[in-house]
Design a protein around this ligand. Sequence first.
Ligand code: PNS
Length: 168
Amino acid sequence: MGGEGKKKKKNLVIYPGSFDPITYGHVNIVDRALNIFDKIIVSVAINTTKSGTFTIEERVDMMQEVFKDEPDVEVDSFSGLLVDYVRERRAQAILRGIRTVTDFDYEFQMALANKSLDPDVEQVFMMTEGKYLYHSSSIIKEIVSLGGSVGEMLPPIVEKRLGEKLRT
Ligand code: PNS
């Protein structure tokens, strides 16, 4: 265990996801995780079989804007296996947010898959705060496409770009 004089290791965590687009629910997880970890890499998974609403570049660009005043948050993207990316970035853990029991099932399956791929990987889960419970990217997209207001769910730049994307 860390004795005196031993340099403290910086806690680096990877927060992966589709972020199509990033919501205040995601931002809340990052804000709270900053109280625990020294640095967070919020990273967009490049999924070649699933085309999203936004391109990877558009997602990364919006996220860089959202976290521009946060020096301990890096925005990145990755392809391939998450566990390989975690090793490559020398991170200590994977961070994911959980909203509902349905999320839990999905997260548990992914966590087991990741653990079987790399037994050394650690995975940390944070419960979403109640007010963000219904903030799913797909529900938000439906509201926007039907002309509803989502100012409480999305950072301004994301709300603007999603409106442009879905209403033109
Ligand atoms: O925001 P999402 O869509 O729920 O994020 C899912 C994500 C990106 C975390 C997951 O699909 C993932 O880890 N993709 C990388 C590929 C991988 O490692 N798959 C095997 C473990 S599930």
